[in-house]
Design a protein around this ligand. Structure first.
Ligand code: APR
Length: 312
């Protein structure tokens, strides 16, 4: 049986654990720094097994030794942004947490494919890649699936069609400057540019960009977790089952799209080796400009992290 370890058994991590168990594709280990909490959640999940009918093993632990043999490690450890907290505060705190987690992953799960979820996630991918020394195909970030699923929902509602018929593509960093691509977004093969006016598309794009913020505003404390956990599950499933899904993922670019040494959301084929291939689309000038601007924001944050690190 395949094994997925989730570091950070909070809202996102524990929910992803539940969804993975319900898919019956892997044993699940929940790891957290809080004593007893991952054990408590794992025990509760095991009590649900007779009703939810999953037979996979589920364990909770504070000991990284238990992630040994993981095929996939998902990193959700870290703080969500709180009111009054600057982006650089979050960057500094989460980079330290994620850097520490990555060291443990390197030691105990040296062959795993890592999916980074902690925000700001494109920057955290750089932190993990550097701390683990893993090849680029084995460190990726989860954002594009989440951003695309939100875009799909808004399009389906607008057109009054079934969700399954809508396929959407959102590239770029996981931030306000993400790059939804209406040209590559379709309903049963019909591009949405033929079904919706430019104004309507712009409204849905704006709602997609603010999708995460909308939830933070409603929850007051914490951020979205059901849709992020669903997106993690989609990616982890593609990897553990080696089914080569073509999904948007934050991947390390070395020349693709004219970008270098930066993690940013691009279409990727996911399989047992992680990012099996990055697909390069023929973007219009405006789309390319938007992708470069988004990558520029990620690169600026990476530079800020490196500067903070240098001062320590
Ligand atoms: N090692 C392991 N776990 C840690 C560590 C650490 N060093 N530091 C913090 N954690 C754990 C916390 O104890 C907590 O249980 O990470 C968990 C985070 O869970 P939540 O606070 O519920 O946050 P969540 O909503 O799950 O979001 C986690 O994912 O989507 C992103 O922006 C979000 O960065 C945030 C992350």
């Amino acid at each position: 049986m395949k094994k997925v370890s989730i570091i950070g058994a909070g809202h996102v991590g524990a929910t992803a654990g539940l969804y993975l168990l319900e898919k019956r594709i892997a044993d699940v280990v929940l790891v957290d720094i809080v004593e007893g909490m991952p054990q408590g959640k794992a025990t509760d999940l095991s009590h649900a097994a007779p009703l939810r009918k999953y037979l996979n093993k589920i364990a909770g632990t504070n000991d990284y030794k238990d992630i040994a043999g993981s095929d996939v490690v998902v990193i959700t450890a870290g703080l969500p942004r709180k009111p009054g907290m600057s982006r650089s505060d979050l960057l500094g705190i989460n980079a330290k947490i994620v850097g520490g987690v990555a060291e443990q992953v390197k030691t105990y799960a040296p062959d795993a494919v890592v999916i980074v979820v902690t925000n700001p996630l494109d920057v955290m991918c750089h932190v993990v890649k550097e701390a683990t020394g893993f090849p680029k195909n084995r460190v990726m970030g989860m954002a594009g699936v989440l951003d695309s699923t939100r875009f799909r929902l808004f399009i389906a509602r607008e057109l009054g069609v079934h969700l399954s018929d809508v396929v959407a593509l959102v590239l770029g960093g996981h931030g306000d400057d993400m790059v939804p691509l209406p040209r590559y977004t379709s309903v049963s093969g019909i591009p949405i540019t033929e079904l919706l006016s430019p104004e309507t598309i712009e409204r849905l794009v704006a709602r997609t960009r603010k999708g995460g913020g909308e939830i933070v505003g409603l929850l007051k404390e914490g951020s979205a977790f059901y849709a992020p956990a669903s997106s993690i599950t989609e990616m982890a499933e593609a990897i553990v089952l080696n089914i080569r899904r073509l999904l948007p993922a934050s991947a390390y670019l070395e020349g693709e799209y004219g970008l270098n040494d930066v993690y940013v959301g691009v279409p990727a084929i996911l399989g047992e080796n992680g990012v099996e291939k990055v697909l390069e689309l023929d973007l219009t000038d405006a789309e390319r400009k938007a992708l470069h601007a988004s990558a520029g924001s990620v690169a600026a944050n990476v530079a800020q992290w490196k500067e903070m690190k240098g001062k320590e």
